[in-house]
Each structure stands twice: as structure tokens, then as C-alpha cells.
Design a protein around this ligand. Structure first.
Ligand SMILES: NC(=O)c1ccc[n+]([C@@H]2O[C@H](COP(=O)([O-])OP(=O)(O)OC[C@H]3O[C@@H](n4cnc5c(N)ncnc54)[C@H](O)[C@@H]3O)[C@@H](O)[C@H]2O)c1
Length: 315
């Protein structure tokens, strides 16, 4: 199969590209390098530097005629979406629609698209969250992902394109950007390697242990994308572990792996920080044949080893 992967120079989709090539498929990346890196892209993959909202995307499809499109490219920051909802909508809504239009025009058989298991459900009272939960986005980013999901229903119904949506929990692993405000594992790895005690953002509501998250390893996430090539049509799946980990717990495990002895610092929660996120991903077990296999300790070991070897990022 020829698979066109948007955002393939980014953290998660670069692993999807690796998995695609490893399986013997042909991979073509579309990425504008706004946050991704050219050296994240597998050397055997094709590469087009172009934004998904660019009308020139049509020529890429004309040239490549992919069988499957895997859509990861996005404005992926909640805080950017709050500061600039127009930018967020231009990329995540209009860019996605431009992409789906090319899929319809050039006979793409299947679209696998990435949504957010943290942000489309918004403020929830009951955990873990299943796919049955209604949409209650509290940010422009969550709202643009919901819009993308609804557009996909249209493209499936109107053009008969196979569609699978994957809603990710908190993904971590090699190649995650340690310079942003999100991506706590990468940020902690960088701090530890520089001999600095990282800061845990905590609040009275969550106790001293910090927010609760569902951390899923990027290798497992790449495998979920692979399983979705042939399965899960017309469905959305949570991609998480169902294991609740506090930020303090994360730090304890990571500092143990790294042999780092300093105590963390503590700070106040930042505006917009979600207190708790925990997904139940059993539907992906039955619908995609996918279950995560990497324990937090093993994943953190791999991730820390990566940052030791690649302090500046890259492959
Ligand atoms: N990291 C997580 O924990 C997480 C959780 C839920 C959902 N997601 C989603 O997963 C996807 C990948 O996220 P990531 O963490 O790897 O982020 P990332 O920033 O590393 O990757 C995004 C990639 O998309 C590219 N891109 C951005 N805007 C583009 C545009 N207009 N046209 C073409 N390319 C563009 C960037 O250059 C980058 O390579 C995103 O859709 C994100 O919303 C991520």
C-alpha cells in the first residue's frame, strides 16, 4: 500500500512512518515543518514540505495517488488555540477539509485521523472515559478536533471512504519536543540530563501529587495506527492505557530509571491544565485488536536512553 502521512516529521507520526516502512508499505510524508523536523522522517519515505491547507496539496495527490491517508498534521497546542482560535481552525478544520477533499478527488480508500482523548471530552466527572462520553470541549483545539471528526462522517457517507479516528491519551517517547510547554516526559528528561530538578505543577484540588494522566508509549501508538489500516472502519477509538499516573508518580519512576536523586520543585497549576485524564481503551482491543504492551517503566527507560543519545533531538 502507499500511505500518505501528514505531520510525518513530527513526534508521533514519524514513528507511524517508521512502522509503515518496516511493514513493507510505501510511505510519503506531507509536513510544513512548522514544529516537525526533516531529520525525524525515515530516509526511505517520500517527503513534501507543504501545509495541509495549501491548495497545492492537490498536486501532491495527483503525483502520489495514495491508497491510505494517515492524518496527524495539526496545530497541536491547546494554549496556542486559546490565544489564536483562527489559526487553530485554519489548520485543524480548513486544512483537514482540504486534505479530505483531495482524498475524495483521488480515490483514497481509507483515512486514519488523529483526535484528542484529552480535549474532545473536556471536563468529565467519571473516569476512565469511554468513547460513549459526549463531546464537551473546553478549548478551540478540542472543538476543531470534534469538527474534524464530524467532517469525516460526511466523507465516509458521501464518498464511501473508510474512516477510523484514534483519540490519543498523553503520548510520550523518543523524538518528543522537550522545548514546549506540554510533553512532560520530554521536559523532565531534559531537566534531569541537565542536572536540574523539574517542576511539578500541582494544586489543592489534586493534592501534592499533581495532575493525573494516562501515559501511552509512542511505539504502542504507532502499532495502533498500523492495526487501523485494515480494521475499525466507521469507528473512533480511545488510545490509552487505562492506567492512572500522577505527575509525581511519573517523576519518581523516571528519576529511578535515570538514577537522579534531586527532589522536584512544585508550582501552581497553569491556566487550562486539565486535572485528570484517564481513558478506557478496551474498544480498541476488540475493534482494532490493539492493546498497549509497554509498561511505563520500560517506556521511560527507552525515552530517557533516547534523550541521552540525542540531546538535540533527531533520529
Ligand atoms: N502528543 C500527544 O500526547 C497528543 C495527544 C492527543 C492528540 N495528539 C495529536 O497527534 C498529532 C501529532 O501530534 P505530535 O505530538 O506528534 O505533534 P508534533 O507537533 O510533533 O507533530 C505535528 C506535525 O504536524 C506538522 N504540521 C503542523 N501544522 C501543519 C500544517 N498546517 N501543514 C502540514 N504539517 C503541519 C508539524 O510540522 C509536525 O511535524 C496531532 O494531530 C495532535 O493533535 C497528540
Amino acid at each position: 500500500m502507499k500511505i500518505l502521512i501528514t505531520g510525518g516529521a513530527g513526534f508521533i507520526a514519524s514513528h507511524v512512518v517508521d512502522r509503515t516502512i518496516q511493514a513493507g508499505h510505501e510511505g510519503v510524508v506531507v509536513d510544513d515543518l512548522s514544529s516537525g523536523r526533516r531529520d525525524h522522517v525515515h530516509p526511505d519515505a517520500g517527503f513534501y514540505r507543504i501545509a495541509i491547507e495549501d491548495p497545492g496539496l492537490r498536486e501532491v495527490f495527483e503525483q502520489e495517488r495514495p491508497d491510505v491517508v494517515n492524518h496527524h498534521a495539526a496545530q497541536a497546542s491547546v494554549s496556542v488555540s486559546v490565544k489564536d482560535p483562527m489559526l487553530d481552525a485554519r489548520i485543524n478544520v480548513l486544512g483537514s477539509v482540504n486534505l479530505f477533499e483531495q482524498c475524495a478527488r483521488f480515490g483514497v480508500k481509507k483515512i486514519i485521523a488523529i483526535s484528542s482523548g484529552g480535549c474532545v471530552y473536556g471536563d468529565v466527572d467519571t473516569f476512565p472515559i469511554s468513547e460513549q462520553e459526549s463531546f464537551k470541549s473546553t478549548s478551540p483545539y478540542g472543538t476543531s478536533k470534534i469538527a474534524m471528526e464530524y467532517y469525516l462522517q460526511y466523507y465516509r457517507k458521501h464518498y464511501g471512504i473508510g474512516v477510523t479516528v484514534l483519540r490519543y491519551a498523553n503520548v510520550y517517547g523518543p523524538r518528543q519536543n522537550p522545548y514546549g510547554e506540554a510533553g512532560v516526559v520530554a521536559i523532565f528528561c531534559k531537566a534531569i540530563l541537565e542536572g536540574r530538578a523539574p517542576t511539578i505543577f500541582a494544586a489543592q484540588e489534586v493534592g501534592d501529587e499533581g495532575c493525573v494522566r494516562d501515559y501511552v508509549y509512542v511505539g504502542d501508538v504507532a502499532q495502533a495506527n498500523f492495526q487501523a489500516l485494515e480494521r475499525g472502519d466507521g469507528e473512533a477509538f480511545n488510545i490509552g492505557t487505562g492506567v492512572a499516573t500522577t505527575v509525581e508518580g511519573l517523576y519518581r519512576t523516571l528519576s529511578g530509571v535515570a538514577g537522579f536523586k534531586q527532589e522536584p520543585q512544585y508550582g501552581s497549576l497553569r491556566p487550562g491544565d486539565i486535572l485528570k485524564n484517564l481513558l478506557i481503551a478496551t474498544k480498541a482491543g476488540t475493534g482494532l485488536g490493539w492493546t498497549p504492551t509497554t509498561t511505563l517503566e520500560k517506556g521511560l527507560r527507552e525515552t530517557f536512553a533516547y534523550f541521552q543519545e540525542h540531546p538535540e533531538g533527531g533520529r
